[in-house]
Ligand binder design. Structure first.
Ligand SMILES: [Zn+2]
Length: 148
């Protein structure tokens, strides 16, 4: 099975399993996570979260971003300058809305996360712009609840 650089199983989940994991989602969660929606800015629960820990995929719990890479972008969405592991975040060119943007999805379950832009801070210059709704948070010291 495919293992990421940081040691997690990144075998893509089958669509029946994805539907099962998403079965308790609200309509807004389904819209954003499964249908590439965008939550309204300044509304997400993680925008002002300053705790140390790891942000995981809301759907499959794969670790996606660490609090140490979070920065205040002023956009109204939680922003990170690098992923937890580049093998955990898949980039897809998105040509909807009349512009070319790079969409980011969970590499394991295909959950829509947000977009990545090249106007972020050092050291990477990247700005991963996330929907809070696509994430869950695991505080430092807590076990990572990986679901497969
Ligand atoms: Zn996932």
């Amino acid at each position: 099975m495919p293992i990421s650089r940081s040691g997690f199983d990144v075998t893509p989940l089958a669509s029946p399993r994805i539907s099962e994991l998403a079965s308790d989602f609200t309509p807004e969660e389904k819209h954003v996570i499964l249908h590439q929606g965008t939550e309204r800015p300044f509304c997400g629960v993680f925008l002002d979260n300053k705790q140390d820990g790891v942000y995981t995929c809301r759907l499959c719990a794969l670790p996606l971003f660490e609090s140490s890479a979070k920065f205040e972008s002023g956009t109204g969405w939680p922003s990170f300058f690098r992923p937890f592991d580049p093998d955990h975040v898949k980039e897809i060119t998105d040509r909807t809305h009349g512009m070319a943007r790079v969409e980011i999805r969970c590499a394991r379950c295909d959950a829509h996360l947000g977009h990545v832009f090249d106007d972020g801070p050092p050291p990477t210059g990247q700005r991963h712009c996330l929907n809070s709704i696509s994430l869950a948070f695991v505080a430092k010291g807590e076990p990572l609840p990986l679901r497969s």
